[in-house]
Design a binder for this molecule. Sequence first.
Ligand code: PAF
Length: 280
Amino acid sequence: MEVFESIKSLQQSLSAIGQNLTIGLVPTMGALHEGHLSIVRKAQGETDRVIVSIFVNPTQFDKKEDLVNYPNTLDADLEVLKSIGCDYVFTPNIQEVYQGKTRSESFDFKGLDQVMEGKFRTGHFDGVATIVKKLFNITKPDKAYFGEKDFQQLLIIKKMVALEFIPIDIVSVGIYREDDGLAMSSRNTRLSQEQRLAAPEIYQTLLKSKKLFQNGDLAKVKSFVKNEFIQNTELNLEYYEIADSETLKSAKEILADRKYRAFIAVFADKVRLIDNIALN
Ligand code: PAF
């Protein structure tokens, strides 16, 4: 496994890869867990060489506190990536990537960024798309892999690639969960023991809401979810939304030919957790 901090040295090494070999990119912010590894393994199964980038991107954080507290486990990350046979790791610093201009580009995501995560985290998706576009330009992969836990991010990146005519296949990878159902996230390590014990309630509630959704009464599903969290002393509901899986528009009624997903964001004190589930 080769590790690069500079764009130039990474690109030099990548240029030695034969033209007929395909490259898969897995962008991450480090603090790797099994969820990330499942994405890397998928990339390894579908492409000839895999690059994992590790970069905590400042422009996508709306709260400085979140950025400062973001876990840094670089040594352990490199070790685990080596153990699973990753080919290249790109670990640039901020200067290397942003060249003194740590600002987001502004994108028109056609409304995908106006709801849920975009509504509650101002500028977040411009920051995500800015760094992902830079990583695409730097590494020029054939395919890039993103987890479905950040389903809205996945759609935003697909939209960015379409708007910018970027010839990269965006591949989605299903949510990887702990045995008790909690979606894997780097933030889970910041949960207290009590919060960690309470956290599986998020997925349990999504599952129950999926069952209720079959009855077709959206208002009932939403009020059920609200009530579940009113009774929970460790978790505070930020939003629960039922949205069209393609447009992310809030569902007003259930149309037979559309696919819907439930999205949830919950606070365990200051730790923000998100999850989602396909409803039909
Ligand atoms: O999902 C993430 O970890 C980040 O948003 C990403 C895609 C690596 C961009 O910084």
